[in-house]
Design a protein around this ligand. Structure first.
Ligand code: MEV
Length: 335
């Protein structure tokens, strides 16, 4: 978060938030199994608050062509509802502010764009007030915004975006900052299909209600993969992660959350020499991730684009070997 004083009397304050990817455990995490998520720092949302605006109470998001007027209560879009909730949580309803929002995170891409938008707005408005919140407090507040339109979010998106570190997440317990012994590289491919998390989470819920025994077995298998992945990350045996990603993907596919475009990209990445690949986030559309060694980055990127991927991104998750005692993220319980 940075603060700048612009020319004249206009005071502008900026808040940022990054994207995230779920490495292992999406969907099962909603059913209280563990999951692992990482921040994707290249993709950011920036909110710039002006405390002396020409037109107070307006949010403009030029990238997505949206303009929200705070007093227009008929506007029930998710952006308007999030803005209203954040402003009211901070008690800023009667203050003069305007917000300009820019985002490089694809909407409905499984990269946490909604939690990142809320986090950036919250950070910018809080900075404008001169208030400081801990990551735990930010995560709690953003969780409330996620509940507005995600139905039953696990809380993993707001937690990883608030902490900006790889995390081990289990609903109802404090997220842990995960020890990552060796850096590893992911290539992310975008199907170009927008996929609302709420709908995909709801369809898994229907499946679970119809056949709870089958789904509970799948969730337990995913939980076992997530535990093995943690062990591997902590020991730096990165090569062994790929196989777990493939297995996690197959279990997600058996729940019906993959799709033709996701299968095409996952298969293309594997054929081009990725160590493993899986969908990430809610699925159906959105993004997939592939684990790659340095010598396969270009091949995998090209394969994803040839398989009609809309865009690709390469990101390296750095080693993170803080002592165990510093690792508790101290986020509040929600259970
Ligand atoms: C969304 O990023 C991940 C899901 O597991 C939903 C959730 O955890 O709330 C699909």
């Amino acid at each position: 978060m940075e603060e700048t004083l612009a020319t004249g009397t206009r005071r502008t304050v900026t808040g940022e938030a990054c994207a995230k990817a779920i490495l292992f455990g999406e969907h099962a995490v909603v059913y209280h199994r563990p999951a692992i998520a990482v921040p994707i720092r290249q993709l950011k949302v920036t909110a710039t608050v002006n405390l002396d605006p020409d037109e107070p109470g307006v949010l403009v998001a030029t990238d997505i062509n949206r303009r929200v007027v705070f007093s227009d209560e008929e506007n029930q879009t998710s952006l308007a509802r999030v803005l209203r909730l954040v402003v009211s949580m901070l008690g800023m309803e009667d203050l003069p502010w305007s917000i300009e929002l820019t985002s490089r995170i694809p909407i409905g891409g499984g990269m946490g764009s909604s939690a990142a938008v809320a986090t950036a707005i919250l950070r910018a408005l809080a900075a404008a007030l001169g208030r400081e919140f801990t990551p735990a407090e930010i995560s709690e507040m953003v969780y409330r915004t996620e509940q507005l339109y995600h139905g039953s979010p696990s809380g993993i998106d707001n937690a990883v975006i608030a902490l900006e570190k790889p995390i081990w997440f289990l609903y109802g317990t404090e997220p842990e900052i995960l020890k990552v012994q060796r850096p590893f590289t992911l290539v992310l491919g975008h199907t170009g299909r927008h996929s609302p998390t709420r709908e995909v989470v709801a369809s898994v819920r229907y499946g679970w209600r119809d056949n709870p025994e089958r789904y509970e077995v799948i969730f337990d298998e995913i939980a076992s993969i997530v535990r093995q992945a943690r062990h591997i990350l902590e020991r730096g045996q990165i090569e062994r992660l790929g196989d777990l990603m493939d297995k996690n993907h197959n279990l997600l596919k058996s729940m019906g959350v993959s799709s033709g475009p996701l299968e095409r990209l996952v298969q293309a990445a594997r054929n081009a020499g990725a160590l493993g690949a899986k969908l990430t986030g809610a699925g159906r559309g959105g993004m997939m991730i592939a684990l790659v060694t340095q010598d396969r980055i270009e091949a995998v990127k090209n394969a994803l684009l040839s398989a009609r991927g809309k865009s690709v991104l390469v990101t390296t998750i750095g080693a993170n070997v803080e002592p165990r005692s510093n690792r508790s993220a101290r986020l509040h319980r929600r259970g």
